[in-house]
Design a protein around this ligand. Structure first.
Ligand code: GTP
Ligand code: MG
Length: 272
């Protein structure tokens, strides 16, 4: 038996006909060069997506820090909800096709500015601006664009404060500056925007004029509600701010403060 014959012998040793094909994995019809290119592209696209995920994590951590600091030091939580998302690769490709944008990652980075999105829902309009300022004045955040649809609502009644910011993402071998889209709004503005979005989705194009009028009226009502609630909150919070008991293990108790003061006094008396 030749070497070739042996290679054709079944592994169970029955030595069935050499005309049969041995069990080999089906050969891919994709050329190896193309396969390499696809593998490279997938890696590059994944790295690109990861940067946006990291940027979202960075900014949401910043927002959480502000929220906790407020809650602990001022006994007040200005944030009702923080939501975030990274656009899917499918949606990104859909958007570049619609916009006719160059398909290089560099061009996508520059032209598709809502790949990373964070929506902050605040209690009151004043919180929207306060949070926006506290976040955007941080030294590692660069503000690229602000659209204040609260000061100047859209004709349909849409209100929110939008900003495009850039944050540095520190990777193992580089620092990437990544754009994040921020939307700040109150609960009432958010309620209105979600409903309006659903209505547009239902009609798949512009809703009938009657519906548009009702939406516009609802936007005004939501705005009035925001003002009323904020006034009420100011009145009530001013009265009870000093009465509320702060309950958190990070806040030192009176006993701890007394001990600290006594240690300091002792030290002062030893080193006058
Ligand atoms: P897009 O290309 O659609 O992202 O809009 P843009 O680049 O012109 O930015 P803009 O700041 O106007 O809107 C950004 C996002 O805010 C949108 O994708 C929506 O999620 C939201 N938005 C803007 N206008 C409206 C509106 O009239 N109604 C609702 N429900 N959402 C809106
Ligand atoms: Mg968008």
């Amino acid at each position: 038996m030749s070497v070739n014959d042996a290679s054709n012998t079944n592994t169970d040793g029955t030595g069935v006909s050499s005309s049969q094909e041995p069990d080999r994995p089906a050969r891919s019809r994709v050329a190896p060069a193309l396969l390499d290119e696809v593998t490279q592209l997938r890696l590059e696209f994944t790295r690109f997506m990861l940067q946006y995920q990291f940027a979202v994590e960075e900014v949401t951590t910043k927002i959480s820090i502000l929220r906790e600091e407020f809650r602990l030091l001022h006994d007040y939580n200005p944030i009702e909800h923080v939501g975030s998302r990274v656009k899917s690769p499918e949606s990104i490709i859909g958007k570049i096709a619609r916009k006719g944008c160059d398909p290089s990652f560099e061009a996508i980075r520059e032209n598709i500015t809502d790949i990373a999105g964070i929506r902050v829902t605040c209690s009151f309009t004043s919180d929207v601006y306060r949070l926006f300022t506290m976040l955007t004045t941080q030294s590692d955040i660069t503000v690229l664009q602000v659209k204040d649809y609260i000061a100047t609502p859209k004709p349909n009644g849409y209100r929110s404060l939008h900003a495009l910011v850039e944050v540095p993402v520190f990777l193992s071998d580089s620092v990437e500056r990544v754009i994040v889209e921020l939307k700040f709004r109150t609960i009432a503005m958010n309620f209105w925007a979600s409903l309006e979005h659903k209505i547009y989705y239902k009609y798949k194009s512009t809703p009938p004029p009657g519906v548009l009028d009702s939406l516009s009226e609802a936007a005004e009502t939501a705005h009035r509600l925001d003002s009323l609630m904020e006034d009420l909150h100011r009145e009530v919070h001013a009265a009870d701010a000093t009465l509320r008991k702060r309950d958190n293990r990070l806040i030192p108790t009176d006993e701890v403060l007394e001990r600290l003061l006594s240690i300091r006094t002792d030290l002062d008396s030893q080193n006058p």
